[in-house]
Design a protein around this ligand. Structure first.
Ligand SMILES: CC(C)(COP(=O)(O)OP(=O)(O)OC[C@H]1O[C@@H](n2cnc3c(N)ncnc32)[C@H](O)[C@@H]1OP(=O)(O)O)[C@@H](O)C(=O)NCCC(=O)NCCS
Length: 203
């Protein structure tokens, strides 16, 4: 029996907390992610504007469309190194989570994205990335706030994520949005770095 399949069974029945898709991928459990995402309900309710959101001139946040895929994968591949998704899995994730995949567009350029995923205990922030030349302008915060707004309006009460222990920029962003540390996960990433598990509870 494959241990990963039995874990998927536990996850789908809400008996254990879900793993980060990056960790799942690192063990090549592609089918587990596809099946889990296929079971997730879709979100089609309108997005509530987030109060106090920093404005970046001409920045638009759009739901994922297949024509954005190549650029998203280029950003994903350039930003994440050791633990980046391969093309096939990233395409699956984009398609399966398209209602929770927000893309930041500046003019005709795709400059970042955030992807959420539903699981039995809430939602997971699967990936967040802003292209190198566009950082520190409030893009990451706007993406996160929009995703969280969609999730909250959909009735989700808890959002989880994994972040590298040394990723001070992302941790600062998540903390400022209300995420709190749950625990440290030793040697979570392929290069041995620890992860911090974080959780946000909507009030
Ligand atoms: C993390 C990331 C998405 C932030 O995107 P961004 O558009 O640069 O972030 P913002 O401009 O919206 O900044 C939001 C907050 O993040 C924190 N932050 C962003 N860059 C930072 C840096 N270089 N150092 C410290 N804090 C930083 C700050 O708290 C900032 O708030 P402030 O501007 O009020 O100080 C971006 O740095 C990135 O793509 N990094 C590589 C991929 C990654 O690490 N993704 C997260 C994986 S868990």
């Amino acid at each position: 029996m494959q241990p990963s399949i039995s874990r998927q069974h536990l996850v789908q029945n809400g008996l254990v907390e879900i793993e980060s898709p990056r960790a799942v991928h690192s063990r090549n459990v592609v089918s587990a992610i596809v099946m889990r995402a296929a079971a997730a309900p879709s979100h089609s309710r309108p997005v509530r504007p987030a109060a106090g959101m920093p404005q970046t001139r001409e920045l638009r946040l759009e739901l994922y469309k297949p024509r954005f895929f190549r650029r998203l994968f280029a950003i994903e591949s350039s930003v994440f190194t050791e633990d980046r998704y391969n093309l096939e899995l990233f395409r699956h994730l984009c398609e399966d989570n398209r209602d929770l995949l927000l893309v930041a567009r500046l003019g005709n350029r795709t400059i970042g994205y955030v992807m959420g995923e539903l699981h039995p205990r809430g939602a997971e922030v699967v990936s967040l990335a802003v292209a190198t030349g566009y950082r520190k302008r409030g893009v990451g915060r706007r993406l996160m706030r929009r995703l969280l707004s969609r999730l909250e309006r959909s009735g989700i009460v808890r959002v989880f994520l994994m972040v590298r222990e040394g990723n001070t920029a992302a941790i600062a962003l998540y903390r400022s949005l209300g995420f709190r540390r749950v625990r440290r996960v030793p040697e979570y990433y392929g290069d041995g770095e620890c992860a911090i598990r974080m959780r946000l509870e909507f009030e």
